[in-house]
Design a protein. Structure first.
Length: 364
């Protein structure tokens, strides 16, 4: 059953916060925002029902994609879904900073560090090289590189506002990460068992270093643990993936500064307010939260602090769920058809090169 008139829908992931007259803002935003929240709650329910095997973030994206392409979405949802995909998503990304501390790195085996660095480098350079080889647009190359190298969809949506990416490119990049990351989640447990046998730590590092999205890493590790009786693989995979996620601390600010410098070179006379748009507010808040978490763990560590962090993590998850549902609602199956085979080839080759690099480092 089609809900409302189906029409082309564009989720604007821009550098500007949507502005609406105060007397009409709530009425305009509430229907679509409520719809995005409903999808987020449904995604959380699916995740809980699966015992955590199905990531709520991945479920939110897939539910949005399915609804957009099967039932359709009307104009009544545009403002609210756009708000969720801009403001809520950015707030959720900023709160991720509270999950990252320098202290966490000391809990991760030094054995994982070389393979993580190698895989990030291969994914970034490989995606850019394959992109140039196949004639993929530079903006899409960067999104595919970030999604493959760092943390999947989160890295893509974190960089999209900074790079001023087109919605079509964001949709293509996310679709590629979901597609090939999901395939890896299903196939890699058996590849790991074949190459590593009883070496559970190596298998966990392999998942964490090579699969794109955190949810897919955990899913692959859980499949491996259940199939081959190796529950420790889940913790190792999660810690290794966390090291890759830490790359956001470098990738996001460096990209923002590079964009700001490029903008000044293009227009030295541009007013300061225009230049500042290259450094979105959520990047600054993200960095502040990382510093706050690091200092808090040293100075304020205690039950109240941990309760606050837990509440912040839950808030971040719900904001990301709403935002990712909105991103899913902006993706149509025509994205990949319009893009052709080239972005798919780039994403596949970059992912395959990353997996091969992890195997080479860990199988020695």
């Amino acid at each position: 059953m089609r809900v409302g008139p189906s029409r082309p829908f564009t989720l604007r992931i821009s550098l500007d916060t949507p502005t609406l007259p105060r007397d009409t803002a709530l009425r305009a935003i509430l229907p679509g925002l409520s719809f995005a929240i409903a999808l987020a709650v449904a995604a959380k329910g699916v995740s809980l029902a699966s015992g955590g095997a199905a990531s709520s973030i991945l479920c939110a994206i897939l539910l949005g994609v399915l609804w957009r392409n099967v039932a359709g979405i009307g104009a009544w949802a545009d403002a609210g879904v756009g708000f969720a995909g801009n403001v809520l998503l950015r707030a959720g990304i900023a709160l991720i900073g509270l999950r990252l501390t320098l202290a966490v790195l000391t809990d991760i085996s030094l054995a994982a560090l070389p393979v993580v660095i190698a895989c990030i480098a291969v994914a970034l350079l490989g995606a850019m090289a394959f992109g140039r080889l196949f004639g993929v647009a530079p903006g899409l190359q960067r999104l595919l590189a970030a999604g493959t190298a760092i943390c999947g969809c989160t890295a893509i949506v974190a960089l999209a506002p900074i790079l001023r990416s087109r919605q079509q490119d964001v949709g293509i990049a996310i679709a590629c990460v979901v597609l090939f990351g999901s395939l890896a989640m299903v196939a890699y447990p058996w590849i790991a068992h074949y190459y590593f046998g009883e070496e559970v730590a190596a298998a966990g590092m392999f998942f964490g270093a090579s699969i794109q999205d955190t949810s897919q890493v955990v899913g692959a590790a859980m499949i491996y643990a259940q199939q081959f009786g190796a529950p420790d693989a889940v913790a190792v995979a999660g810690l290794t993936k966390f090291m890759r996620t830490f790359g956001l601390l470098v990738l996001v600010p460096v990209t923002a500064m590079w964009m700001a410098r490029s903008h000044r070179q293009e227009d030295p006379a541009a007013p300061r307010s225009l230049r500042a748009r290259a450094m979105p507010w959520f990047v600054i808040v993200f960095i502040v939260f990382v510093g706050l978490r690091t200092a808090g763990d040293v100075l304020v560590d205690g039950p109240a602090w941990h309760a606050l962090l837990a509440a912040a993590n839950q808030a971040s998850e719900m904001l990301l769920l709403c935002g990712m549902a909105a991103v899913g609602l902006g993706i149509t199956f025509t994205h990949l058809r319009e893009a052709g085979w080239r972005p798919l080839a780039v994403a596949f080759l970059a992912a395959a090169a990353t997996g091969a690099t992890a195997l080479a480092f860990l199988h020695v």
